[in-house]
Design a protein around this ligand. Structure first.
Ligand code: SAM
Ligand code: SF4
Ligand code: SF4
Length: 277
């Protein structure tokens, strides 16, 4: 029988708790408008409760560090993490100082390489490009660019053709919601810090269901984190969770207009020029 998901794992040998993958959004802005965007663009709420998103996330990470919780991979996303070049580099500089974070992954649409300075790459272990563009030329340029200027970075090209259906009015009964929760892919891969809270999945954070997360501050105890991430019973949002219902998938990265085509030439020109210099 399949094992039920635990948001937090425990390593007996070094007595550490571990979150496999933790996600943070450094902006809610994006150049694209993908249909069924898993982060609810353009309706995504502000991931920060204050003016300073970076220091807010750093404070959350410090608490997890203090509680001796290891983070297998920190996913840096948005919206689009390259939307603001300065926030990208300052956040990565800060995140890379944590010794409880094993690796840092930036996930981007790959259409604004000019917004990632060469210095930025020193703070990244993995760059994932979600390929929504139809250009082998841009893909090849990215490969050459990373191997020339940031060879230590693992480049992952994500070419999903289908996505989970994110929007819809379907409602699961309690036993189905419990099953979705017990074997939830997102609880394994998308634990999230947002608005000074910890969320068991990015979906409830992006739905602004702050009451379904827990406050993450200096008073938060390890018991609270364990009881929350490893709880046994589904939460209210699971009942409406179309991405986990096993519904027919939707086409990935579909835009309402030609904004990808508009961004493409600049991205190609930038990478070409840098490679030829
Ligand atoms: C929400 S995006 C944010 C980062 C960046 N803007 C991007 O698109 O790569 C993070 C990842 O979620 C994936 N994603 C977005 N919507 C999805 C959906 N409905 N189902 C499954 N994955 C989805 C994207 O392909 C991307 O790799
Ligand atoms: S690129 Fe698409 S999937 Fe990524 S955040 Fe923007 S709208 Fe969502
Ligand atoms: S709301 Fe969906 S993604 Fe979040 S824990 Fe429930 S089933 Fe998983």
């Amino acid at each position: 029988m399949k094992n039920k998901v635990q948001g937090l794992t425990y390593n007996q040998s070094n007595l550490n708790y571990r979150i496999r993958e933790l996600e943070v959004s450094i902006t809610s802005k994006c150049h694209l408008r993908c249909d069924n965007c898993g982060f609810y663009i353009p309706q995504q709420p502000n991931p920060a409760a204050t003016e300073n998103i970076v220091s807010e996330i750093v404070t959350g990470l410090k608490h997890l560090q203090k509680l001796n919780i290891k983070i297998g991979s920190l996913g840096v996303l948005g919206g689009e993490p390259t939307f603001n070049q300065k926030i990208l580099i300052t956040s990565l500089q800060d995140f890379s100082k944590f010794d409880n974070i094993e690796r840092i992954e930036v996930v981007t649409h790959g259409l604004t390489p000019q917004n990632i300075s060469k210095e930025t790459y020193q703070f990244i272990n993995k760059l994932t490009i979600s390929i929504y563009f139809d250009s082998d030329e841009l893909t090849e340029l990215w490969k050459n660019y990373i191997s020339k200027f940031a060879p230590h970075v693992e480049l992952s090209l994500r070419t999903d053709k289908d996505w989970d259906k994110w929007l819809g009015d379907e409602i699961a009964d309690d036993s189905k919601a419990q099953e979705m929760f017990d074997f939830c892919w997102y609880r394994k891969h998308c634990v999230t810090i947002e608005r000074q809270r910890l969320f068991m999945c990015s979906r409830i954070a992006k739905l602004s269901q702050d009451n379904e997360g827990i406050i993450l501050n200096e008073k938060t105890t390890i018991e609270q984190v364990v009881n929350y991430l490893n709880q046994n019973t589904f939460i209210t949002s699971c009942k409406t969770c179309t991405p986990m219902m096993g519904l027919p998938t939707v086409k990935a990265g579909q835009q309402p207009d030609n904004r990808i085509l508009n961004l493409l030439p600049k991205a190609i020109d930038f990478l070409k020029t840098e490679l030829n210099e």
